[in-house]
Design a binder for this molecule. Structure first.
Ligand SMILES: Cc1cc2nc3c(=O)[nH]c(=O)nc-3n(C[C@H](O)[C@H](O)[C@H](O)COP(=O)(O)OP(=O)(O)OC[C@H]3O[C@@H](n4cnc5c(N)ncnc54)[C@H](O)[C@@H]3O)c2cc1C
Length: 622
């Protein structure tokens, strides 16, 4: 296990420290010999009796610069002391050996370790400790020492949270080293497909590469670098969701470390069933899951419909419009009508089609002007018979609806194998790259995103506000909106069966406003982008009236109403009728709110205001 400890580097120290203070960055590498799981579980659960109460937070706005730095030093020291105390080499009964290596003052490694995908809050992200455990037992040790050193803890997987939700001043547990994939033959009884056990640290690209080899399909998101666990915790929607449902619909068990540092397997029928229910779409966003998930079991996964790995069962193409507001409104309106027409939505073949409208603007890199685009991406998945039916039954109709009046053009028609489709979505050429945790798109790394979930038809007036806010804006960077069709298989599960509640939704939108590359995130310019983007989104939501039914936790917006402490109404917007149960499980399983983002009070105030102007006291936390 590798642990990065926070400390000032020399340049930062010289600005903030009083003379004579000395802090250091330690990278502590712990190597562990193999010990059987059963043995470890027994030993670790036995070691759980000496828990003390969670100590006070590590920093607050009221403490002065020097004392705050000393506090950080104290908590990391006591964390480190705890680890050493638990060192199995001190206790031969464990039969293990831990080796510590200490490295000083490596700012680059710390910076790389603390970065999340969205850099918009990087200036607020300075965890005390970042741990990279390789097993459930190591996670248990970290949870235990976090408690004993009086800190807060949160997990991260693919680092794609829209609000950098692993940005904490406490302990971050990065599960990315936990990537094992096994099929559990012993539990096949009564199942049509094997139970697949996946390490919590996998990204979607890594899952795709491995699961295709098993001849199975995992209905998951479209971005290869998103984390499997993070996606499960919000529900998990993607190009196959209308055909097969949400990713979290297939989760049959999870392994986690609870607040007492115990390793727990939660299934639908044991005493930990509430953890499993919560993890299926209600486990992150407005709050943190009450534990660290170390493995996820999927069952009932559909078999691949490709007769061989060379079969090109995916079709994709675009319908491209002249990028005007009129055309954008027409596209959205036609697309929405299609997804409400009983003639189509009751046809199983229609669930194999996924159409996603996009409206996009980007400031030209050189010179003056903006690149604008209005288009529909269309994906189809199925056997040779399905593909032939799609071409004969749906293509003529799609041409009439979408290209008839607007003169839009069909472009980019392609066929893909299963894994080829995943590579295409990720913008990479090889499976190695797909599994690397990176993708091929050049994506700006700082943005503010918003979602809107819709259950009834939206008026053209609202679509116009949406389209104008993109196409008639003159941003210094990029902004876009994409709409995702829902319904189909997603709708078939009861709303209370899992924590994911948007079962009746027609579609949801995701609007992203990007910050220019060279912007200072604490400037008034950055603030004006935040304010303007929120105003645009709010006017879209207001224009939708009763058609608006909430937000998607996957595109969490902590917003101007600080959802670090969400009200009941805010929770209901994300989780509908499941909000109350979600809250009660979190309170019961994590009574001291150990698993959370911890941002010092004054900083959380700044986040609340959407502003990052820092007071003197807050700067002391850096
Ligand atoms: C570029 C991009 C594309 C996206 N595409 C899609 C899409 O196609 N479909 C869709 O539904 N969503 C999509 N999302 C949203 C995404 O699913 C959510 O943001 C998701 O929560 C990210 O998970 P992560 O593991 O990558 O992020 P992280 O930031 O690592 O984690 C997200 C949340 O999950 C918690 N968490 C992570 N691991 C654990 C663990 N082991 N135990 C307990 N809690 C844990 C974190 O604490 C945090 O609260 C996309 C996001 C981005 C940025």
């Amino acid at each position: 296990m590798i642990l990065y400890y926070y400390a000032k580097t020399k340049s930062r120290q010289s600005k903030l420290m009083t003379p004579g203070m000395e802090l250091r960055t330690e990278i502590l590498s712990v190597r562990r010999s193999n010990v059987s799981n059963a043995r470890n579980k027994e030993l670790f659960s036995r070691g759980n009796n000496d828990e003390g109460p969670l100590a006070a937070p590590t920093a607050s706005s009221s403490i002065g610069r020097a004392s705050s730095l000393f506090k950080r030093h104290n908590v990391t020291s006591s964390f480190s002391a705890c680890l050493k105390q638990q060192d199995p080499s001190q206790n031969h009964a464990y039969g293990e050996h831990l080796e510590y290596v200490t490295v000083f003052d490596d700012e680059d490694e710390y910076d790389a370790a603390r970065s999340t995908w969205n850099h918009a809050k990087l200036h607020l992200q300075f965890p005390n400790i970042i741990a990279f455990p390789a097993s459930a037992e190591e996670v248990s040790l970290v949870v235990k020492c976090t408690r004993l050193s009086g800190q807060y803890i949160c997990a991260r997987n693919g680092k794609h949270s829209f609000e950098s939700d692993t940005c904490t001043y406490g302990v971050v547990v990065d599960v990315s080293k936990m990537k094992q994939i096994t099929t559990l033959d012993g539990r096949l009884e009564g199942k049509e497909s094997p139970v697949v056990r996946l390490g919590a640290g996998l990204t979607l690209g890594q899952v795709a590469v491995e699961v295709v080899k098993l001849g199975l399909v995992v209905p998951m998101g479209s971005c290869a670098t998103v984390g499997l666990t993070g996606l499960t915790l919000v529900g998990g929607q993607g190009p196959l969701s209308r055909l097969y449902g949400m990713l979290s619909d297939y989760v049959s068990a999870i392994e986690l470390i609870d607040e007492r540092a115990q390793i727990v397997l939660a299934t639908a029928s044991n005493e930990y069933a509430d953890y499993l229910w919560l993890a299926r779409g209600g486990g992150s966003g407005t709050h943190h899951f009450p534990g660290i998930i170390t493995a996820i079991e999927l069952s009932g996964l559909p078999s691949s419909e490709s007769s061989s790995s060379d079969t090109k069962s995916y079709i994709d193409f675009r319908i491209e419009y002249n990028p005007t507001v009129e055309n954008a409104v027409q596209m959205l309106s036609d697309w929405q009508k299609l997804h409400m027409d009983p003639k189509y939505i009751n046809d199983p073949l229609f669930n194999r089609i996924t159409m996603e409208p996009w409206i996009f603007v980007d400031a030209a890199k050189k010179g003056y002007g903006w690149k604008k685009k209005v288009f529909l991406t269309v994906y189809f998945y199925g056997t040779a018979k399905h593909r032939s039916d799609f071409r004969s039954r749906y293509m003529p109709m799609l041409k009439i609806i979408f290209t008839g009046t607007t003169k839009a053009k069909i472009t980019n028609w392609q066929y893909h194998t299963s894994i080829g489709f995943q590579r295409y979505l990720a913008g990479v050429k090889s499976n190695k790259k797909l599994a690397s945790g990176k993708h091929g798109w050049n994506i700006n790394d700082r943005w503010k995103g918003y979602s809107a979930v819709v259950s009834k038809a939206v008026s053209n007036k609202a679509f116009r506000i949406l389209a104008e806010g993109i196409l008639e804006s003159q941003p210094m960077s990029k902004r876009y909106v994409e709409l995702k069709p829902l319904g189909g298989e997603i709708k078939k599960m009861d709303k209370s069966e899992t924590a994911f509640s948007h079962r009746d939704a027609l579609w949801w939108s995701l609007t992203n406003h990007f910050f220019p590359d060279d912007i200072n995130m604490t400037s008034t310019h950055a603030d004006s982008i935040r304010t303007e983007s929120r105003r645009h989104h709010q006017s879209f939501v207001d224009a939708m009236g009763g058609s608006f039914s909430g937000y998607y936790a996957g595109y969490i917006d902590r917003g101007s109403s600080n959802t670090l402490h969400p009200s009941r109404r805010e929770l209901e917007l994300y989780y509908g009728g499941n909000a109350r149960r979600i809250k009660s499980i979190k309170t019961k399983r994590d009574p001291q709110n150990l698993f959370r983002v911890y941002i010092p009070e004054a900083l959380s105030h700044s986040v609340k205001q959407g502003s990052v102007a820092l007071s003197g006291a807050v700067q002391a936390e850096y």
